[in-house]
Design a protein around this ligand. Structure first.
Ligand SMILES: Nc1nc2c(ncn2[C@@H]2O[C@H](COP(=O)(O)OP(=O)(O)OP(=O)(O)O)[C@@H](O)[C@H]2O)c(=O)[nH]1
Ligand SMILES: [Mg+2]
Length: 333
């Protein structure tokens, strides 16, 4: 499935129906008076935040969202039917901006949230409303109001409690697979994960939090290296970050340097994000190399006041403690 997290779309709510000019014509009732009904209201454009949606793809494809017109009023006092609302399902976390002013109009930041994005026009009044003692046969009716029209930019920023950070291949996706039902692809090459994935982690039977797996970062990401920092906006709305480091045989990387490099990219993207509380853990504890490296790295992290954890998604070692530490941070924030 294609992941789209930003798009432009024009929304046009339905026009109101015309009011009607008509007169009552019945046998034995001369001068029956006006009987033109009102036009119906045009349909609204409504956005609904839907847990089942993960991409703005369908909105990006449609480009124009149009509401149904209200029916025109008719004779015999008949009012036109209201146009049906167009309900558009968008992912939770979609922000709606006015393209012209760049103003944030709506933030679909909660499940089941609904917002009327553009209002349908009111129906015009039919001539039954215009009779007066001086004019008992009015030939006047109002046209329907036009529906609201807006050019919008949609930006999806996924809503998660914890964001996963780390170099490619450190085991971010393996970790999220081991603690949730999320199924991002895992492989032994960098940039396996190409789009964000969300996983719900159950700490116990009634406490859970949401983790977002994002594509790996490398030095220079802020200026576009690797997959860049395009996906960092998806950890902007998290309360805490889980920063994973690893020592892979043959790659000659250093956990402390990796940690600093990624934090530098984070700060380049958004200094506020760099201050978000982080839990730091070394992965792949089951590999003998990791256990060796952990002892040294732990001391170096301790000097910075960081308590480096050690986990293995493969064996599950250390995972529960890590989840509790994260949950505590999420609760505190
Ligand atoms: N032995 C061992 N291998 C692991 C563990 N976690 C991950 N791996 C391996 O490390 C490799 C990379 O894992 P991924 O989960 O795809 O890494 P990632 O951080 O999501 O990588 P990108 O999506 O490319 O950024 C895979 O071959 C995994 O099998 C672990 O706990 N133990
Ligand atoms: Mg991955």
């Amino acid at each position: 499935m294609k992941f789209v997290d930003s798009c432009e779309v024009k929304v046009v709510a339905g026009d109101g129906g015309r009011g009607c000019v008509a007169f009552r014509r019945e046998r034995y009732i001369p001068h029956g008076g006006p009987s033109g009904g009102d036009g119906g209201k045009g349909g609204d454009i409504v956005f609904a935040a839907d847990a089942g949606k993960t991409t703005l793809l369908d909105v990006a494809i449609s480009r124009r969202l149009v509401g149904e017109r209200g029916e025109h009023g008719r004779g015999k006092d008949q009012y036109g039917k209201t146009g049906r609302d167009l309900v558009v399902h968008v992912p939770v976390g979609t922000q709606v901006f006015d393209t012209a002013t760049n103003e944030l109009l709506f933030d679909m930041d909660a499940l089941e949230k609904r917002a009327v994005i553009a209002r349908g026009g009111r129906g015009g009044r039919g001539n039954i409303h215009f009779a007066t003692p001086y004019d008992r046969a009015p030939r006047r009716a109002d046209p329907g109001e036009t529906g609201q029209e807006l050019n919008l930019r949609l930006e999806l920023k996924v809503m998660a409690d914890v964001g996963l950070l780390g170099f490619p291949n450190v085991g971010k996706s393996t970790f999220i697979r081991s603690v949730s039902h999320a199924r991002p692809k895992v492989a032994d090459y960098p940039f396996t994960t190409l789009v964000p994935h969300l996983g719900v982690v159950a700490v116990d039977s009634d406490h859970s939090f949401v983790v977002a797996d994002i594509p790996g970062l490398i030095p220079g990401a802020a200026s576009g290296a690797g997959l860049g920092i395009r996906f960092l906006k998806h950890v902007e709305r998290t309360r805490a970050l889980l920063h994973l480091v690893a020592v892979d045989p043959g790659e000659g990387r250093d956990p402390v340097k990796d940690f600093d490099a990624i934090n530098a990219e984070l700060a380049a993207f958004d200094p506020k994000l760099a201050e978000r509380p982080q839990v730091v853990a070394m992965t792949k504890a089951d590999l003998p190399d990791s256990q060796e490296a952990y002892k040294k790295a732990r001391r170096r992290f301790a000097k910075r006041g960081i308590d480096l954890k050690l986990v293995s998604a493969a064996t599950g070692a250390g995972v529960r403690e890590l989840l509790f530490a994260l949950y505590a941070l999420v609760k505190k924030a």
